[in-house]
Design a protein around this ligand. Structure first.
Ligand code: CU
Length: 152
């Protein structure tokens, strides 16, 4: 009898992460620093999040999705300006180079967090989770902050 191994066949765009809150696989090599979410008016249904992902492993790691119990939905977005007009779109994955890092910062990659399930104000903490293409999860906290910028 032949059984075919079908492990780790994550579908592209599958954003759910199966691990429980707080479970971190140390072997992903990923850590998240300076994670923050821009404080928005109470009526806002979309928030933006920023952070830096550091990969301390000798292998590139692909992030395939983000999730949070504090939001009804969440995506990784890329934004850019062309001909003076700002654009953004979801991305299916984000590659973090071996022994390198990727910054999600205003004007570039960011987290788009939809439908907050509770009021979020500056100083609050939100739990987020990255899923990787190897089936691991990286949990981290982000702090809600007022925007340091004067625009947007
Ligand atoms: Cu966006």
């Amino acid at each position: 009898m032949i059984r075919r191994a079908v492990q780790n066949t994550l579908l592209p765009g599958l954003l759910l992460c199966a691990c429980g809150a707080g479970s971190i696989h140390a072997d992903t090599g990923l850590s998240v620093t300076d994670a923050w979410i821009r404080e928005a008016p109470p009526s806002a249904t979309v928030h933006a999040g920023y952070l830096t992902v550091v990969n301390s492993s000798p292998d590139a790691v692909t992030i395939t999705g983000v999730s949070s119990p504090d939001y009804g939905g969440s995506e990784i977005h890329r934004s850019w300006v062309k001909d003076g007009i700002a654009h953004m779109q979801p991305v299916d994955s984000l590659d973090v180079p071996a022994a390198g890092q990727v910054s999600l910062a205003p004007g570039g990659y960011h987290l788009m967090l939809f439908r907050p399930v509770r009021p979020l104000h500056a100083g609050n903490t939100v739990t987020l989770r990255f899923a990787t293409s190897s089936g691991d999860c990286v949990s981290f906290n982000a702090t809600v902050k007022r925007s340091p910028e004067t625009t947007q």
